[in-house]
Design a protein around this ligand. Sequence first.
Ligand code: SF4
Length: 309
Amino acid sequence: MTAMVETDVSTGVQPDEAQAPRRPSLSPSRAADFKTCPLLYRFRTIDRLPERKSLAAVRGTLVHSVLERLYDLPAAQRTVAGALELLEPAWAELREEPGVAELFEAAQGEGAESDVNAPESLQAWLASAGALVERYFTLEDPRRIEPEGREELVEVTLPDGLLLRGYVDRLDVARNGALRVVDYKTGSMPREAFESKALFQMKFYALVLWRTRGVVAAQLKLIYLGDGDALTYAPDEAELLRFERTLLAIWAAIERAVSTGDFRPNKTRLCGWCDHQAVCPEFGGTPPPFPTEAAAAAGWPTLPVVERD
Ligand code: SF4
């Protein structure tokens, strides 16, 4: 396995980022946020502070959309040419989403001074997305795959009431019932030391599927389109049980933080990608008051007492 980039910052925006759950819940990305930095979790999940889109993330969304649509085509038409034809209509839809067209215009206006990844033109940017789509075909033959689900919401409520939810890029079910969970990444394969971090999301899905279907996924597959590599893993029941305990511990820590309003910042090199440095104590900022009303409206049962003037 090759190792080029340890952190994938260019995955597509998952639907669970955009759709508010019915009540407080845990998704793989939000659990990862809390593990990375509790204050980041608060800003994203409870304050819901706005974040900038990035060209890399939008490209990830575009590539995910094309790969999802690819499986709408009859098997024989799932060719490189067929997939590349899906780019334009997928982009036409995506550019209508709030902030997307503006993002591209801003990158063009400011150029490489503000964004080293700023493409020279929309055509160049679309071509880079096309290259990722094309690379997909070096890893799988979509004519031989009939997914059971794409962008599929999986969720389960654990016995203690914790709601786990997330969206699986692709779910394959073999004739013998074996499950394969597939996730596309537009970055490159992480170094070995970061593999377990990458698999966190996949084990999350495997746990939900096990709890809802009673089947342990035979394979978890992360497809890295950046360098044309793939990471596969076969979990077992004992591991998923341990993972469930890990999630319960993370959730207990989140509930404690919500009940006290104490979300500690955790300064790491990932702060470089954080949009909230201006309100982060690690960077001289002051977080806004804890949004008690918004948190109560979102269904958090225990909230910190906020003193009012
Ligand atoms: S800048 Fe770093 S420490 Fe501060 S909220 Fe963001 S991730 Fe956390």
